[in-house]
Design a protein around this ligand. Structure first.
Ligand SMILES: *Cc1c(COP(=O)(O)O)cnc(C)c1O
Length: 302
């Protein structure tokens, strides 16, 4: 890699999606050094910590716009500004923000920005990497003259068109959808907090994407909670949907320092375009009963 001659230091956060974390781990094996920034208990990267992590040989920073587990909105504009001043390449993982809040590569000072179609009701298997003019990237795959040698494999036209339409719709309905979802989200969060004891909201109450609810319950085991919710027709997940099937507690909640008694009883619910107030009422009706029943079975609960 050409840029390796300039330096070998990369800055990222400890709450990135594994798509970024594992790429950083791979780069560490290639001789790069990576700083994984800590986050506040509310799950937000501190700009101060970013500044302190900067080194003479920092060449790249990659910070997510919105966290996929706890929905926190990160200070990517400020971080992008610093990168611009210092001549450091800046990548933003905007998979969770795109279509829900404004994403503008110039406002964010992003040189690279990634988006995925299936998170905005588009087809699976299609994504988009914005590359600012003049930013050099190394090919991961080789061949493919028809794709300006950047990516071999003939374009998936149907997927790309589907992504385009999904993006158009998401942008067109962004304001309306996010106002509606914010109300539903807060109704769900507040309703759970009122009806159930020993509950904790994970993430930030307001610097939070409109569709994310992530809560932890003491004396409840997350997986049992998910199964019970599922039997009532409520689809939730523990931690990241991409790591479901592993019992390792979420790296995001761990980085936030969520106390041990809470971390195992965490669930994430994401709201979508089709959710209604009746859905929220239904969840609020059945949730307390489920938690109560599970707690009665727990040896830790008195
Ligand atoms: C889903 C997700 C990804 C990965 O996108 P895929 O297209 O599913 O591989 C990366 N980052 C974030 C924040 C995500 O939510």
């Amino acid at each position: 890699m050409q840029i390796k001659k300039k330096g070998k230091h990369i800055i990222t956060s400890s709450i990135e999606h594994h798509a970024v974390l594992d790429a950083c781990k791979f780069l560490e094996k290639q001789g790069f050094e990576v700083t994984y920034l800590p986050v506040t208990p509310e799950g937000i990267v501190r700009v101060e910590d970013f500044k302190e992590a900067l080194r003479e040989d920092t060449i790249l920073a990659t910070v997510m716009h919105v966290n996929n587990e706890v929905g926190t909105i990160q200070p990517v504009e400020e971080i992008g500004n610093i990168c611009r001043e210092k001549g450091i390449l800046f990548h933003v993982d905007a998979v969770q923000s795109f279509g829900k809040i404004p994403v503008n590569v110039d406002d964010l000072n992003a040189d690279l920005l990634s988006v995925s179609a299936h998170k905005i009701y588009g087809p699976k298997g299609v994504g988009c990497l914005y590359i600012r003019r003049g930013t050099k990237i190394q090919n991961l795959l080789h061949g493919g003259g028809q794709e300006r040698k950047k990516r071999p494999g003939t374009e998936n036209v149907a997927g790309i068109v589907g992504f385009g339409v999904a993006a158009e719709l998401a942008i067109k309905e962004m304001k309306e959808d996010s106002d509606k979802l914010t109300k539903l989200r807060d109704k769900l969060i507040n309703g759970l907090m009122e009806r159930i004891s020993d509950v904790k909201l994970n993430g930030h109450p307001t610097k939070r994407i409109c569709n994310n609810v992530n809560v932890s319950f003491k004396y409840v085991e997350g997986e049992s909670l998910l199964l019970s919710l599922d039997m009532k027709g409520i689809e939730a997940s523990s931690g990241s949907a991409c790591t479901s099937g592993s019992l390792e507690p979420s790296h995001v909640l761990q980085a936030m320092g969520v106390p041990y008694e809470f971390i195992h009883g965490s669930v994430r619910m994401t709201l979508g375009r089709d959710n209604t107030e009746e859905d929220i009422n239904y969840v609020l009706e059945v949730f307390p009963e489920i938690v109560e029943r599970l707690r009665e079975m727990s040896p830790l609960y008195q």
